[in-house]
Design a protein around this ligand. Structure first.
Ligand code: AMP
Length: 214
């Protein structure tokens, strides 16, 4: 099964993708994670992307299309993949279609997580992850059971994304509405779009996604 998780920053795409990875052996392909790794490693791609990411804008289509095309050629995607953060523009969606066809692959579903803008800022600004295992937390909504200790792996080190600030999230939301939301009708037309209420509890969202995937 190959799917896209679509939704604004803070909608819960990453959280749900991690759950699908554990439960179904699919692999999460997060372009945001790939870019952050490139920034941390100081590669040419990372150097090009950093400023754009910090401003909450989108990295160029050419770079992103090349990145995901190479990633899809790796063997670990054969058991099914979850695209998280890609495509983000009409040009990326069209390039993805061409790319999948040329690789003999197909998309099963595009799952849109719908969340009110007002909730997103608070969700994004307080979030952080375990530096060791990547488990997600939130200052207000999802604290670890023991303060400062990861529930999953016991690590005491956590990290926050450089772009999870109140200022940047506004630009990221604007980019979502202007550049990404227009791809929703594109997938609706081909009958692949499923919409899930991303305002529901995390477990409920997972159940709804599971029901779609069957
Ligand atoms: P994310 O982790 O998905 O929120 O992505 C973080 C940032 O990486 C975004 O705000 C963009 O600057 C950049 N980015 C990630 N995926 C894409 C994409 N498909 N197209 C353009 N920029 C992207």
């Amino acid at each position: 099964m190959n799917i896209i998780l679509l939704g604004p920053p803070g909608a819960g795409k990453g959280t749900q993708a991690k759950r699908l990875e554990t439960g179904r052996g699919m692999i999460q392909l997060s372009t945001g994670d790939m870019l952050r790794a490139a920034v941390a490693a100081g590669t040419e791609l990372g150097q090009k992307a950093k400023e754009v990411m910090d401003a909450g804008q989108l990295v160029s289509d050419d770079l992103m299309i090349g990145l995901i095309s190479e990633r899809l050629d790796q063997d670990d995607t054969k058991g099914g993949f979850i695209l998280d953060g890609f495509p983000r523009t009409t040009a990326q969606a069209e390039a993805l279609d061409v790319m999948l066809e040329s690789k003999g692959l197909a998309l099963d579903y595009v799952i849109e997580l719908r969340v009110d803008d007002a909730a997103l800022v608070a969700r994004v600004v307080g979030r952080y992850t375990c530096a060791k295992c990547g488990q997600g937390y939130h200052d207000e909504f999802q604290k670890p059971a023991k303060e400062g200790v990861c529930d999953v792996c016991g690590s005491t080190e956590f990290k926050r994304r450089a772009d999870d600030t109140a200022e940047t999230v506004t630009s990221r939301l604007e980019a979502y509405h202007k550049q990404t939301a227009p791809i929703i009708p594109y997938y609706e037309k081909v009958g692949k779009l499923k919409t899930v209420d991303g305002m529901a509890e995390i477990d409920q969202v997972t159940r709804e996604i599971e029901a779609i995937l069957g």
